[in-house]
Design a protein around this ligand. Sequence first.
Ligand code: NAP
Length: 348
Amino acid sequence: MADKLKVSIVGASGYSGGELLRLLLAHPRVEVCEVTSERFAGKFASKAHPNLRKRTQLRFCRMDELKPCDLLFLCLPHGRAMEHIDAFRALAPRLIDLSADFRLNDPGEYQRWYGKPHARPDLMTEFVYGVPELHREEIRGASLVTGAGCNATATILALYPFFKKGLADPERTVVEVKVGSSEGGNAASDASHHPERSGVVRSFMPTMHRHCAEIYQELGFGQTIRVYFSATSIEMVRGVLATCHLFLREPLEEKDVWKIYREVYGKEPFLRIVKEADGIYRYPEPKLLSGTNYCDVGFQKEKGSDRLVVMSALDNLMKGASGQAVQAFNLMNGFEEALGLEFPGLHP
Ligand SMILES: NC(=O)c1ccc[n+]([C@@H]2O[C@H](COP(=O)([O-])OP(=O)(O)OC[C@H]3O[C@@H](n4cnc5c(N)ncnc54)[C@H](OP(=O)(O)O)[C@@H]3O)[C@@H](O)[C@H]2O)c1
């Protein structure tokens, strides 16, 4: 058996950190050395993640107790990774940051969407945007990789082939995402209080969602584009469903759309085109993707108009966060891309 890489997780008591721990404990080429939490320091990891009982005897340590390792995963709230980035880089030669701190490469765009200057603009272009379907070769050679937003991942993967080929009207694409409660992390808030959250269909970001910045960055291909993006919380713990209305610049038929998706995504291990003529699961369904690293993409072309509706679904904690981070980790280390990500999901 080849040597195992020593990795640690910062912010491991949270939802994305817990999901990463679940994946990495089962990864054949990884030894998880340390997991941090300020709140749970000294306590067993299974205290925060009861699904991991009998899977690990690791205890949380504080961030300032971390020892050097081969690669550090950062699962901290927004702003914390950039605050401590020099200390993290001193601990590990390679980092994967799941937060939004290093997703953008333009300080002006960061200021526009996050409302304040970036603390480390010198490092913004150093991180590779960790969506393998778009940046596989760059990820392979990278030592600094950033995860992507979960809603951004769903939207970008739905639209990417059409923006890349210049087939989408750059001025008008409309996206509505429906999201589960775990997107908000495990810190309690008024909005997450069960009587206030359960059963709602709540428009929480009709405009100006920060993930738009990533969508513009990744789909612009050198030109200004407009994506009208809205987000709604629904009754779901995990999952994102993006419904994207794009307007075609050329008269394409459904068979042409099939061909384009097959050409771009045919060899992708975690992209599935889901479009069936009948049955109850004709289009992507987040429920089926819980715990998996798949992003399912389906579509319908409207007859007699230029509108193409693309639906994409994923698990926000997997392909939208920790699963995609492990996929990038595998690429960075020359491992088989799907290693540790084989779970096919549950039905029903
Ligand atoms: N949830 C998602 O669906 C999702 C998807 C993609 C990306 N992300 C990104 O991933 C990051 C983590 O998200 P999450 O949902 O896992 O959040 P979370 O559940 O709230 O977890 C946050 C983690 O950070 C730690 N932490 C909080 N404040 C800290 C501080 N000041 N110093 C050190 N540690 C601190 C917490 O540990 P303590 O026990 O010490 O409080 C906890 O382990 C965020 O930046 C988020 O944007 C999340």
